[in-house]
Design a protein. Sequence first.
Length: 128
Amino acid sequence: MIRIILVFICLAPLFSMAQKPIELKKKFFGTYAGEISSFKLDTGEDLVDVDKTVIKINIEQDSIQFNIGRNELASSYTVLFEAAKYYVLDCKVNGRLAGERIVVYKKGKKISRDGLFPQPNALLYLVK
């Protein structure tokens, strides 16, 4: 029992160090544009065809803006994690229960947006 307590005392400084938040590099900031493919929406009574629509996402240092068709949403984001080839952003949209999930690829100047079911995912490219 004493050994276990000693191990925890020795490791306590390591546990107390908070993980530094991951920051998105400045080169990934900018406006990305793409298209959400058409899909079918089940209203409970009918299947409704939803036409494809243009989507733009503007990523800044502390915020992210979504333009989906005629809808505009502003949000803050946090970087959930950084992998070898991409970052994953979690976006909390004001007034919505479900957030947005964005994958920022480190190569190819592109991002992907996970669509909320039944909306398909969208691939967007950096606009100059």
